[in-house]
Design a protein around this ligand. Structure first.
Ligand SMILES: Cc1ncc(COP(=O)(O)O)c(C=O)c1O
Length: 389
């Protein structure tokens, strides 16, 4: 049994989540519940492997070795029933760099790229920064669940879109897309010559009774057009080691992607990242299973608390990720007022819903990848700020 209740002081470690908040607001009374990393200690087996490698005291250029590649293949077979061949795998310092490579490799300036909004901010920025036209299809929210508006999606795909970038599962709204939904996407995109980048960085954090489907596995059409991005970074809390891998079955798509990755210089690997990834995929199953169960417990805790004590805030239990999506629209606050109130009265820092698209007005994203006592402290603070007489 791993201890996810343990509080780790991350202040003073140049942590983006903790230290940049202190720097930005120039105060140290704020609780950071924003950027997507977790406050848990990593699995000790990963630390052991990294320390062992560090002791060798030669840190030169490194290539992805057979054991590392095999660990990715084994993990995919065991956890996702996805049969991966070694030649399908490329390495990247991160999923975001790979997304940028896909944008450069599969579209030209002013070409259209589609995303489903609200979605992870760098999807928006990466497209815009590359001077491509960002096309968005809004997910439909029924108050409990977000769904894809397939009529809108298909219509937009048909009008010259070159690349579709999706979050599978979806950050920030926590959906695990079903095989049926993914098959429909694959058919529409295949029929319109659109390449699909399926960002599956959250795919190992799946709640009970839900199952992740790797986009590549849904159909022949999917196999011909898909770029699957995976990483141990979110799952094992090792984002600082900057290591991810890209799986592409289609030789044509793979060659084009690899050319683009090479042209922007991202084919090198981090020596400690690959050691950590191999250890994670080899020894980390138990840690992940316990971590996911703990985080799901946090989600249940937040849902119950909010229902009982903050009835004007609406939320639902996500199907995956350690991120929750909270709806404050009944307070009728402007987004800046909502964020200011959270910081100044609640003393908590969360992500604004508008970071993910205009659909996020009135929403915030809460990171529950931390000890339950911190989650409780955060919602106690929100409760005090919003229930003030
Ligand atoms: C959907 C999604 N993709 C990618 C990333 C970041 O990937 P990387 O750190 O590998 O660039 C995140 C981080 O929160 C994410 O949520």
């Amino acid at each position: 049994m791993y201890n996810f209740d343990e509080i780790i002081n991350r202040n003073g470690t140049n942590s983006v989540k903790w230290d940049s908040v202190t720097k930005k607001y120039n105060r140290n009374d704020l609780l950071p519940m924003w950027v997507a990393d977790m406050d848990f200690k990593i699995a000790p087996e990963i630390a052991d492997a990294v320390i062992e490698r560090a002791k060798h005291m030669t840190y030169g250029y490194t290539f992805p070795g057979t054991e590392y590649i095999n660990s990715i293949i084994r993990w995919n077979k065991k956890r996702h029933n996805f049969d991966v061949k070694k030649e399908w795998i490329s390495v990247s310092p991160g999923v975001i760099p790979a997304i940028k490579a896909a944008i450069y490799g599969f579209s030209d300036v002013n070409d259209k790229i589609l995303i489903l909004t609200p979605v992870y901010t760098p999807f928006h920025n990466s497209v815009k920064e590359a001077n491509r036209e960002l096309i968005t299809s809004s997910l439909i929210f029924d108050g409990e669940k977000y769904n894809i508006d397939f009529d809108d999606f298909e219509q937009k795909i048909k009008y010259g879109v070159k690349l579709f970038i999706m979050s599978n599962p979806h950050n920030p709204i926590g959906r695990v897309w079903s095989k049926e939904e993914l098959s429909k996407i694959a058919d529409i995109c295949f029929n319109n010559n659109v390449v699909v980048l399926s960002d599956e960085i959250h795919s190992d954090i799946i709640y009970k009774n839900k199952k992740h489907t790797v986009f590549n596995t849904v159909s022949e059409n999917a196999r011909n057009i898909s770029i699957v991005c995976q990483a141990p970074s979110k799952t094992f809390n090792i984002a600082g080691l900057c290591t991810s891998h890209i799986i592409i079955e289609s030789e044509k798509v793979r060659k084009q992607m690899q050319k683009s990755m090479s042209s922007i210089g991202i084919e090198l690997v981090n020596i400690f990242g690959i050691v950590a990834c191999e250890a994670a995929y080899t020894y980390g199953e138990q840690w992940v299973d316990e971590m996911v169960e703990y985080v799901e417990g946090n989600a249940d805790f937040v849902c119950k608390y909010i229902k009982e004590k903050l009835p004007l805030v609406k939320t639902y239990k996500p199907e995956s990720t350690y991120l929750m999506w909270l709806d404050f629209r009944l307070y009728n606050l402007k987004q800046e007022e909502l964020m200011e109130k959270l910081v100044n009265e609640g003393k908590v820092v969360l992500n604004s819903g508008t970071d993910y698209g205009t659909e996020g007005v009135g929403f915030i994203r809460l990171n529950i990848g931390c000890p339950r006592s911190i989650v409780k402290e955060c919602i106690d603070r929100i409760e005090k700020a919003f229930n003030k007489k």
